[in-house]
Design a protein around this ligand. Structure first.
Ligand code: ATP
Ligand code: MG
Length: 387
């Protein structure tokens, strides 16, 4: 791995039409950042041209860190350009973090980073364009995508996401916790293969410490209780979020739906109640009609419940989850009451730096709802995971 002295000024000044390899940037000031791989440096002129001056018609979506545009590079290659908003919480540090983390990683279930552009205060990330939008918009969103998610497709999506996370958790060195697994960060390619997006919140596990959390980020509803309450981050926080996602994929509904009766609003509670009354089938997405394997669907729901167990220790690792999904290992029947969103909602924890949480945009309830209240969280903490 080459360690490059990274400088905004030096990047900015190499804004020639041709993209340049970041490893060619040798000088100056800003930060030491380890970079390998072929992260390209794009000029802002090049990206303006690719997006027709960032015209609104080319906007793919907007998240909490800024807007994402479809761009066409000179060779006709399509890319997704994430323009980080200037008031974004994602500052230079996070930007460089995102860059260094993902530049090194290639897996068929992870979105590929092509490069970046820094133009004065403006920062942009250039990703591989993923054709079929996110699960939040297609499977769970209100807008009709026209995509039909048959049972096999759903199982394959779950397995793909599990494989991608297994790669981050167990095969990449240092290991990576994604920290923001949710439906809007699962993109689908033209064959509906899942690609995990957004490593901006991911952190390396440094040295012999298995995790460090300096601030909590994420979306309420996917957050593991121990992470939400104490800021304790381990790979098991991703396992929890994955469990929520798995339940969403099987049920075809979002983790929280404020339009439903109060006792129906929270998917996790609903699934647990049905598990207790031995009626898990009734949560399976009705639009599937009879196009599913009941036993397999029950198995997936149980795996989802295992992933969202209150205690991180008893949640399975992602590689075990992947094996269970593929039917390569048994699914334990020792399932206890999960850590539930409503437990977290009652929290009043003092903190140095409160963090505002929001539901995913498509499901945000009216401002009067208690769900949009600010949850003040504990500051950073370090917990050593047993190997
Ligand atoms: N590589 C990509 N290819 C195609 N579309 C993308 C790509 N990256 C993002 N998008 C689209 O842009 C939208 C906005 O993405 P972004 O990551 O900024 O926000 P988000 O994931 O929806 O929310 P949040 O900021 O809370 O994570 C996505 O929902 C997706 O539809
Ligand atoms: Mg995203």
């Amino acid at each position: 791995m080459t360690k490059v002295k990274f400088s905004f000024q030096s990047v900015h000044s190499c804004s020639s039409e041709a993209s340049q390899n970041l490893t060619a940037v040798h000088s100056i000031l800003f930060a030491d950042i380890p970079i390998t791989g072929n992260v390209k440096i794009y000029s802002s002129k090049e990206l303006r041209k690719a997006t027709r001056n960032f015209c609104p018609g080319n906007m793919l979506g907007e998240g909490s860190f800024g807007r994402v545009y479809l761009g066409k590079l000179n060779k006709g290659e399509k890319v997704a350009i994430k323009v980080l908003s200037s008031e974004s919480r994602q500052g230079t540090k996070e930007f460089l973090n995102e860059l260094s983390v993902i530049s090194n990683i290639t897996h068929h279930n992870l979105v590929k980073l092509h490069g970046c552009c820094v133009d004065g205060g403006q920062k942009m990330l250039v990703y591989n364009y993923v054709e079929n939008n996110s699960l939040a918009q297609t499977l769970l969103g209100n807008s009709r995508s026209g995509i039909r998610f048959g049972w096999r497709t759903r199982v394959d999506i779950c397995i793909g996401v599990a494989d991608g996370l297994t790669y981050l958790h167990e095969q990449v060195r240092p290991r990576i916790v994604h920290r923001d697994i949710k439906a809007s960060n699962i993109l689908l390619d033209r064959n509906l293969r899942p690609k995990i997006a957004d490593f901006g919140l991911a952190k390396f596990f440094p040295g012999n410490m298995t995790h460090i959390s300096t601030r909590v980020a994420g979306t309420l509803g996917y957050l593991a209780p121990e992470y939400a309450i104490r800021g304790q981050l381990t790979r098991k926080a991703d396992v929890y979020s994955f469990g929520v996602l798995l339940l969403e994929i099987v049920s075809g509904r979002c983790h929280t739906d404020p339009r439903l009766r109060l006792d129906e609003q929270f998917l996790l509670e609903k699934v647990w109640t049905l598990y207790e009354s031995d009626d898990l089938e009734s949560i399976i997405d009705r639009t599937l009609k009879r196009d599913f394997d009941t036993e397999e669907a029950r198995r997936l729901l149980k795996i989802g419940l295992l992933c969202i167990q209150d205690s991180p220790k008893i949640r399975p690792s992602m590689s075990t989850v992947a094996k269970m999904l593929k039917g390569e290992c048994a699914v334990s029947d020792r399932i206890m009451r999960p850590g539930l969103i409503t437990d977290v909602m009652d929290l009043k924890v003092r903190t140095v730096e409160p963090v505002q949480f929001s539901l995913s945009p498509s499901m945000s309830p009216a401002p009067s709802s208690s769900l949009v209240s600010t949850v003040a969280l504990a500051g950073g903490s370090t917990v050593v995971e047993s190997p």
